[in-house]
Every structure is written in C-alpha cells, then in structure tokens.
Design a protein around this ligand. Structure first.
Ligand code: 5GP
Ligand code: ZN
Length: 114
C-alpha cells in the first residue's frame, strides 16, 4: 500500500531501527517506546488489521508470534516476561493500518488498559 507508513518502512523509504527481518516479516523499535523494550513485528504483506486476516494468513500469524517471543527473549524479557499486543481498529486503539504486534517489556505493565 503506497500510503502505509509500515509498507514504507519495509521498502526502506522511511528509516527504522531494525531488529530482525526475513522474507515475510520485519521487527523494529517503536519510535515512541512505552517501555524499556518496545518493538513492533509486522508481516511484509499489507494486512490492514487482525479483523482482515484470511484463513490462509493463519500460519503466518503463528510464525509472527513465534518470532515475537524469540526476539523478546533476545532482548532480555525471557525471565520476567513481556506483553504481546495487537491493537485493532478504532476501539482497539490502532493508529497504523498495517497489522503489527507490539512487544513491550523491561518493566511491570499495568492491567486493565485504560
Ligand atoms: P498502534 O497504535 O497502531 O497499535 O501502533 C502503532 C505504533 O507505531 C505506535 O506505537 C507508534 O509509536 C509506532 N509508529 C508510528 N509511526 C512510526 C514510525 O515511523 N516508525 C516507528 N519505528 N514506529 C512508528
Ligand atoms: Zn502496509
């Protein structure tokens, strides 16, 4: 999608602090971190939100979550844990319409969300 910030990050048109990339996903630090560890993991495929997930994308989502926990461990969250979040659409607080997992760690996080 030509007007999507995350597609532009994938294309290298917007710089990012990359943590990991392969042929189907990319991880990079959030520009406005909400915790000592806060990175985003996105599929290269432009999927607007988790509500737009197709059955054929289900395996991809599994691989994204598997990589998310691997990277969380690499960034030091293995012992104390982290939060793996997908915001969706207006009520879910999604601001970038390209499916992404937030991974937050390095501090104790409150619950429930406000
Ligand atoms: P959402 O609110 O859609 O769940 O999360 C979008 C996230 O993307 C926010 O945490 C925001 O800080 C992050 N973000 C927005 N624009 C950029 C950008 O250009 N670069 C990076 N690294 N993160 C961004
Ligand atoms: Zn996109």
């Amino acid at each position: 999608m030509s007007d999507c910030i995350f597609c532009k990050i994938i294309a290298g048109e917007i710089p990012s602090k990359k943590i990991f990339e392969d042929d189907e996903m990319l991880a990079f630090h959030d520009i406005t971190p909400q915790a000592p560890v806060h990175f985003l993991l996105i599929p290269r495929k432009h999927i607007r939100s988790i509500m737009e997930l197709k059955k054929a994308d289900a395996d991809l989502l599994g691989r994204l979550f598997f990589k998310a926990q691997e990277l969380a461990k690499e960034l030091g969250c293995g012992e104390k844990g982290a939060r793996f979040v997908i915001n969706c659409k207006t009520d879910g607080g999604q601001t970038v319409d390209h499916l992404h997992i937030h991974i937050l760690g390095g501090r104790s996080l409150g619950w429930p969300p406000g």
